[in-house]
Design a protein. Sequence first.
Length: 190
Amino acid sequence: MRPVISTAFVSLDGVVEAPGGEPGYRNSGWTFKDIEFVPEAYEIKGREQEESTAILLGRTSYEAFSPVWPDMADFARYKTLPKYVVSTTLTEDKLVSNWGETTILRSLDEVAALKETDGGPIIVHGSASLNRALSDAGLIDRYHLLVFPLLLGAGKRLFSTTDKDAQKLRLIEHEVYSNGLQKQVFDVVR
């Protein structure tokens, strides 16, 4: 089975909305505004590109990343990976042509079927709504979190508020950096 890895920049209070400066959110760009850049904190981002064999995105994140990431040197490896977009509304004519193979999945059942195929890790970037749905469906196997020492209050959250049984996580890697950033890698315990 292919593991699904959720990777996120997240505030201490669980907000993942607009970390890179996306418009429309009060605290947009919060990962870079008042946080000193410490390069070693982002080592996991390079490792994710090397270890991933596919990218899974929700429609909103696909629409935000697809005009920019294909031409960014920082994300060159992702250009060669197959992309899967989970959406009930996205149509084939809205897919970009310069970002490699992209497949639209219409349901979480299709994501579950993708996990059953041959291949390595599938990485989920952004996609707050998709992350919550995947978690509720038991489809996430690992979390790669860079936790920022900020409380943002309102905003899209990484984790669902669905009333459900507790989900145990096992911390497998962690580090704290001089700027207060924390790397936390958790495996989901089944």
